[in-house]
Write a protein that binds this ligand. Structure first.
Ligand code: ADP
Ligand code: MG
Length: 257
């Protein structure tokens, strides 16, 4: 039963690094089937918040609720099992492997046993059959992002923008319900950016939810239903792009640093 409107809720989240308070009592909610933007000046705590939500860091205080469940103590792979996934930058080691191999490797790395089973219902089916389904989905996603013609290409030969698409494709293969994207448009050319955004909107209308950290304000303001603004580890403001752009506190935070 999912009566909660929000897919994710963080409450009084705190994270310190020595004397630095990176996240200082942040609370916010992400509504289902939205593209929500997380913005704020450098050092505001956005990346730390991402790492807290996805289990990379343990918070010093506060809680993370996903689909109504307290997931604060869970590890990243346990969160992936539940459908909470972030994109990871392709590491150098993965060059030398093809685009398709990168997809399948990500699946093995990120997933725990339980998702492997839940994702492919009817556990009696043969492993061969299951691998077939996984491969079919990998191809579908590569087609969606127009990477299918590059499937057997060394991932090292991809452009910066294509690498971003592959990062997103890898995350999508795990069938997440909430995807956290850290600067998905960095290094992506305008043509590819338009396509990528169109895909995000399609996926959103199919039931996916996105939380995006992005420096490009036009991307945020033109594509997000809701924008959350962090400043000095706290949530300064949350609202529609229109409301955020007129919020004096937000303007001050960006101008005042
Ligand atoms: P943003 O992503 O909004 O730029 P961050 O979450 O990266 O902000 O950083 C928030 C604050 O925490 C900054 O002052 C940053 O220097 C500090 N910080 C982030 N990560 C670490 C870390 N691993 N060790 C020490 N300080 C950190
Ligand atoms: Mg950051």
């Amino acid at each position: 039963e999912r009566t909660e409107q929000s897919i994710l809720r963080v409450s009084n989240l705190e994270k310190r690094f020595g004397g630095i308070v990176a996240v200082d009592g942040a609370s916010f909610e992400i509504e289902r089937e939205t593209i929500t933007g997380l913005i704020g000046p450098n050092g505001a705590g956005k990346s730390t918040a991402f790492n807290l939500i996805t289990g990379v860091y343990k918070p010093d205080g506060g809680s993370v609720y996903f689909q109504g469940e307290d997931v604060t103590e869970l590890r990243p792979n346990q969160l992936v099992d539940r459908g909470l996934v972030r994109t990871f930058q392709l590491s150098r080691e993965l060059a030398g492997m093809t685009v398709l191999e990168n997809m399948l490797l990500a699946f093995g790395e990120q997933l725990g046993e339980s998702l492997w089973r839940s994702i492919l219902p009817g556990a009696r089916r043969s492993v061969v059959h299951q691998e077939r389904e996984l491969l079919d989905r990998a191809w579908e996603i590569l087609e969606l992002f127009e990477l299918d013609h590059l499937a057997h290409e060394d991932a090292a030969n991809l452009s910066g923008g294509q690498r971003k698409l592959l990062e997103l494709s890898r995350a999508l293969l795990t069938e997440p319900s909430l995807l956290l994207l850290d600067e998905p448009m960095a290094g992506v050319n305008p043509t590819l950016e338009k396509k990528l955004l169109a895909r995000l909107h399609e996926l959103r209308s199919q039931g996916y939810t996105f939380l995006i950290v992005e420096h490009d304000m036009d991307v945020i303001m033109n594509n997000c239903e809701t924008v959350i603004v962090m400043h000095q580890g706290q949530v300064l403001s949350r609202g529609s792009p229109e409301a955020i752009q007129e919020d004096e506190r937000v303007i001050d935070a960006y101008l005042g640093g």
